[in-house]
Every structure is written in C-alpha cells, then in structure tokens.
Ligand binder design. Structure first.
Ligand SMILES: [Zn+2]
Length: 490
C-alpha cells in the first residue's frame, strides 16, 4: 500500500509535484507533476499504472502524458473529474481558449457559491483556435485534476448549429448543450408590415393557428419579492411578428433537444440562445418562445435572450441601465413563470455594471458565459513578461482587425488604440484596461492562435510557452479578474 506522499519521495527533487493533485485510489497514488524540462505529466505509483500509457520508471512509478486516453482512465478512478449536472447556485462559464486557464478559474471560484463550467467552447471557437471537442474536454479535465477541484463542473458545447456538432461533442462527454437557432431567426419579422408580413406568416407551417391562439391573449408574471408585476396582452400585429421572427427557430430548438436526448439520455442540460440576433428579444417574444418550447417538451436549463442595449465583446455594458433593469425584471418574471429556468448572459466578459441586476432579480437563476476575458489576461501576461512579443502580437492583431471584426459585435475606435512601439515596457499591460485595445485583441484571437508559417504556429506556441513559464502569475491574473466577475454576481 502506498500512502500519499511517496510519489514525491520517489521522484526526487528534480520534479515538482502539484500538491493539490495528490490522490490515493485503491492501491495506487496519483499526482500531476512537472518534469525537469518543464513538461507536465501524470505520475502513477502502484499497480494501477498498468491502465495508463506512459513511460515506466523505477520503483513502480510511471510517467504518463496528459493525453485524452489517460484522462479518460483517470476519470474512471476519480468521478469528480467527469462533468456533472449543476447545483442550484448561479452558474458561470469560463471559456478557456489557451487550454491552460482552468486552474486559474478554479482559484477564482474560491469563496463563491458558483457552479462552474470549465469546458465551454463553440464549434466556431474550436475552428478558429484549431482545437477539437476532445482537446477542449481534455485540457479542462487535467486542469481540474491539477487543482484537485472536487466540487463538480459542467462542459458546455456552445452555439450548436447542427446535429453533427451535437453528436461530436456528446461523444466526448460534454453535458451542457447550447442550441443556437439564430440561422432560423428571421429579423425581418421586426420590419415587415401589411401584406409582406401576412405573406411571411403564410409561409410558416402552423402560423395561422398560432396567430389565432395568441391574439388578444393576456399574459402576466411577477416577481413577488420585488413587488414587480409584468402584464401584457398579445396584439395580433406583434403575434405575427413573433411567429415570423422566432417560430422556425423554435422548431430547430425542438429538433436539437431531441438530438441531444438521443445522444445523452437525460444526463444533460439544455440552453437555447438567441443572443446573436439583430434586435432585442421583447418580453412577449420571450413568452412566445418559452411557451412553444416547453409545450413541445423542451426542458430548459437556461435561455439567452438578446438583451437590450449594447453588449459588445470584452468590455462593460453600454446603454441605459434603467431600461436594462426594467427589461431584465420582465424577462426574470417570465422565466420564473415557465418553471424557473435561468437567464443566460452571453458575451458576459466584463459586464460589471449589469451583473448586480442579475444577482438581484434572478438570484440563483443566472448563467453567465465568458471566454474572451480570460484570453485577454493571457495577453496581459505577455505584455508583462515579453514586451517585444506583445508589440508583435499587437501589430498582427491590428493588421487582422478589419477582417476579423466582421463576425463580432464591436464598435472599436482605432484612433483610441495607442501604438505600443511608442510606449515604454511598463505601460503595456495597462493597454488591457482600455476598451479599444482590448477589443483589437479580443476579436483577433482566432487569427493570432492559428497563424502558421512553414506548418508551425507563429504565435500560439510562444504564448503558451510564456503561460507555462509564468504559470503562477497567469493563474493569479485569472483569479483576480474572474474573481471580480463572481464578486458582483453573488
Ligand atoms: Zn453567445
């Protein structure tokens, strides 16, 4: 029998053992270790090592690469490494584009009652960063093991637009599925009128019946603890708009829910997100979508409406806060009347001024997704530790900016982006505190991380090497910045 601690003795002082990862299971001992050359490995001591692939050392030790194969074996030994269904607390998505951020995210959670999503990536993000669902899952699992985070986490296959994407992510263990029906949302529903609107309605199967069902119907919902009441009557014109705009999307979401159910039985949670659509989701549109989804058997964990105001990537909310608060109250009351699903805030990075409203009106029924803000902390580390690389990245990002911003909602003013060549080294990290430079980096992450020359990554490896070299500082930056997010949300 081994007892926790023998790995350290047997490996000797050339190896760093990640203290919080040390575990006993059965008759073997496990730890994440850093080899003298800086590479991280799983170390297994004892008979269980035969189940892992790796390099056999002396004294019953084996050093195993952080492969997906080994991760799955480790998940068999420790069930807390597997994604689980969330607890009732607010939930928070920590997208990790570098694959190295999870331990920092775990530290940020310390002291907060928040359920984390550590693996969270859309197919679009995976394509842009050259990653696979398996890789996203794999890096999250090793990050969880490194910090010994036993409290549970979910894995969110974000912005799913096809059955194939559902199946691919389900296969590697994702357990939160975010359906993005935005390609089926018809924004013209807001603009059309008269005969054009009638025409669009006629093209929708079941449209006339829905019009009859909803027109003139009263709907009310409340937040008793806030003395708030939402009440409205569906006018025929707005019913037509809602049907034209959202009904095909509802059908796609219903199909998606069936695909996920088939792939995962009942071991999953499901979100529907219409955040990436042109116009805000009105309260009555929310009622329409929620009612149609629930009546068709879709069990919602969360719904991401398109909120009012200007929700840009990587910076705080821009817009009238009173108006936001009023709309949020209506959405919160509606969500509670349909069975208490969560409202989900996408592009949640740095939306500090609206977090308190979510905490106030939704309590635990809130989900937030972030990703860019963690990438920007990695870039901050580059600014701190390798000013020349930072300047290089900045030039490249500026070159890419016009093209890359097309798929994002940003209104960056490039005249407000100072040239890092003219700034002294010690002023570079502060650029990451300013909206416009933040967005230049935010929208170009895909280009930065995937740029290749002679089949080799130009920047990705340099950035990752730096994050590994200054690992503690990277974790510290994440802990502090994401901790600030959690602080305002709870
Ligand atoms: Zn989104």
């Amino acid at each position: 029998m081994s007892s926790t601690g023998s790995i350290r003795e047997k490996l000797g002082s050339d190896y760093d053992v990640y203290e919080k990862s040390l575990r006993d299971a059965g008759s073997s001992e496990y730890a994440l270790v850093k080899e003298p050359a800086g590479k991280k490995s799983l170390c297994v001591l004892g008979p269980e090592r035969d189940r892992f692939t790796g390099e056999e050392k002396n004294d019953g030790l084996k050093l195993c690469p952080l492969s997906w194969e080994n991760a799955q074996e480790l998940m068999n030994a420790f069930d807390w490494l597997e994604p689980t269904l969330p607890s009732p607390e607010p939930s928070f998505g920590f997208g990790d584009r570098s694959g190295l951020a999870t331990p920092g995210h775990e530290r940020a959670l310390d002291g907060y009652d928040v359920f984390p999503v550590f693996a969270q990536q859309s197919i679009r993000e995976m394509e842009r960063t050259g990653r696979s669902p398996e890789d996203v899952m794999n890096t999250a699992v090793w990050g969880v093991f490194e910090e010994g985070y036993e409290s549970g986490f979910a894995a969110d296959a974000d912005h799913l637009k096809s059955r194939e994407a559902v199946e691919k992510t389900a296969e590697v263990g994702f357990n939160m599925f975010t359906c993005d029906p935005s390609e089926h949302v018809n924004p013209a529903g807001d603009r059309l009128s008269g005969e054009e609107l009638e025409e669009a309605l006629r093209k929708i199967d079941g449209g006339e019946e829905l019009l009859e069902e909803y027109s003139g119907r009263k709907f009310s919902a409340s937040l008793p603890e806030h003395d708030y009441q939402f009440a409205s009557t569906f006018q025929p014109e707005e019913v037509k708009r809602a049907i034209v705009k959202y009904f095909p999307a509802v059908k796609f979401a219903v199909d998606s829910f069936a695909w996920v159910s088939e792939a995962r039985d009942d071991r999953f949670i499901f979100e529907v997100s219409v955040d990436e659509t042109e116009t805000p989701t009105t309260p009555l549109e929310h009622v329409f979508v929620a009612k149609e989804l629930t009546e068709r058997g879709v069990e919602l964990f969360s719904l991401a409406p398109r909120f009012v105001g200007n929700i840009q990537k990587g910076i705080d909310y821009i817009g009238d806060l009173d108006r936001f608060e009023e709309q949020l109250k209506a959405h919160a009351a509606i969500a509670s009347s349909f069975g208490d699903y969560r409202l989900s805030l996408h592009s949640g990075s740095d939306k500090f001024s609206i977090y308190p409203y979510f905490a106030e009106y939704l309590g635990e029924n809130v989900h937030v997704k972030t990703a860019g803000t963690s990438y920007l902390e990695a870039i901050r580390l580059v600014a701190e530790k390798d000013p020349d690389l930072f300047r290089e990245l900045h030039d490249f990002a500026l070159e890419r900016f016009e093209e890359d911003k097309a798929t994002y909602h940003v209104e960056t003013d490039l005249s407000q982006v100072p040239s890092p060549c003219e700034l002294p080294d010690d002023q570079l990290p502060e650029l990451l505190d300013r909206d416009d430079p933040r967005q230049v980096f935010h929208v170009t992450y895909g280009s930065v991380l995937s740029q290749k020359e002679n089949d080799k990554f130009v920047y990705k490896d340099k950035i990752k090497n730096l994050l590994k070299e200054y690992e503690e500082r990277h974790y510290e930056l994440l802990e502090s910045h994401l901790g600030h997010h959690l602080d305002l949300l709870t």
